[in-house]
Design a protein around this ligand. Structure first.
Ligand SMILES: [Zn+2]
Ligand SMILES: [Zn+2]
Length: 359
């Protein structure tokens, strides 16, 4: 086992602070990764604060982080796909049963026996898994992704969760080239949705409640921006969309968007509002429209997404922070005060340790 520096929370009301955790010695199929950057996802905050206690209570200490980019420093004897020095990524999953129908189809995100990157029972060491707010991580090679070398690394980290979450439903819906695609909400997820929809060749419309986001939406690739509080502006688009990606995690009127879909149009939810949404059956019946949900993506599709990003030079827009600012970043994320994702520079964790050990 290896002692590894990490930032952890000791309880739902504690800040994240420097800690030491254990990582396993790589088994024959494991890859050991030195973490360079880790994105901050809303799931990190929800888990640290035990806000999802009804579905997955948090076990403390909690080390979050599932948008990991790093370099391979050690490989097990049977690892075939990676070598020391490779640039790699790890997303929300570090293991699954490999045998269920979903795993067989490369849809590990739907496996009933998956192991999440943090706060999931750890099959190797017992206790729970620890995420990317740490110096290094050891992962089964099946769940390690290859990162194109031409991309800006801090901006690659969020692709592992926010990126695949928005890429997967658009890909699944079909070829959106030339189609009219809406993206609801312009945050960490929404800004990636805009970039992908544009790169796929769609006509992209962003829906936002904040008029001051208009300029940025256009810069990110939107062709048009609609202020969703403006009923007249919304009405102009009635029945005209092929596909809408809804990234909003707060309570909102879903029917207002269903009504914008054309025949056989689909709206896919990737945000998770706490309360159930009220859906009008009539809005779905007329127009044969559908409402779906989607969560991250499988390993093959996540690799496809990263390769696509390499070809099209797509990364997330990030604000790079040292890990010492992580608690502050959480407060700002709650207020949506970030464009559009925080990415932690893990060199800051190393230097904190070195300073401490000198004392
Ligand atoms: Zn996430
Ligand atoms: Zn499975």
């Amino acid at each position: 086992m290896n002692r590894t520096k990490a930032y952890s929370a000791a309880s739902s009301t504690s800040p994240l602070t420097l800690d030491a955790i254990q990582r396993r010695t790589p088994t024959e199929r494991d890859v050991q990764i030195e973490i360079l950057f880790c994105g901050i996802c809303h799931s990190d905050l929800h888990t640290v604060r035990n806000e999802w206690s009804s579905i997955m209570p948090t076990v403390y200490p909690c080390v979050p982080g599932h948008e990991i980019v790093g370099r391979v420093t050690r490989i097990g004897t049977k690892v075939t796909r990676f070598k020391t020095g490779d640039l790699v990524g790890v997303g929300c999953l570090v293991d699954s049963d490999h045998t269920c129908p979903n795993c067989k189809d490369g849809l590990e995100q739907l496996c009933p026996n998956q192991t999440l990157t943090f706060n999931s029972p750890d099959k190797h060491l017992g206790g729970v898994t620890y995420g990317g707010y740490s110096e290094r991580i050891v992962v089964d090679e099946h769940f390690v992704l290859r990162v194109p070398v031409n991309l800006n690394l801090p901006g690659v980290a969020p692709l592992l969760c926010a990126g695949i979450t928005t890429y997967s439903p658009m890909r699944r819906w079909g070829d959106i080239k030339g189609k009219k695609v809406g993206v609801v909400g312009l945050g960490g997820l929404g800004h990636m949705g805009v970039k992908f929809a544009r790169a796929f060749g769609a006509k992209v419309v962003v829906f936002t409640t904040s008029p001051d986001k208009k300029e940025d939406a256009l810069r990110l690739g939107a062709h048009e921006v609609v202020i969703s509080r403006n009923g007249d502006e919304m009405q102009k688009h009635a029945g005209s969309f092929d596909f809408i990606l809804d990234t909003v995690a707060a309570d909102h009127d879903i029917n207002a968007y269903i009504n914008l879909l054309g025949r056989d149009g689909n709206i896919t939810l990737v945000g998770a509002p706490e309360k159930p949404l009220a859906v009008s059956a009539f809005a779905l019946l007329f127009g044969r429209r559908s409402l779906s949900g989607s969560i991250i993506g499988g390993i093959p599709e996540t690799q496809e997404m990263l390769d696509f990003c390499g070809e099209h030079n797509i990364t997330a827009d990030v604000e790079v922070i040292p890990i010492q600012k992580v608690n502050e970043a959480y407060e700002r994320m709650v207020k949506s005060d970030v464009k559009y994702r925080f990415s932690i520079d893990m060199a800051s964790l190393k230097s904190e340790y070195n300073q401490q050990s000198k004392q």
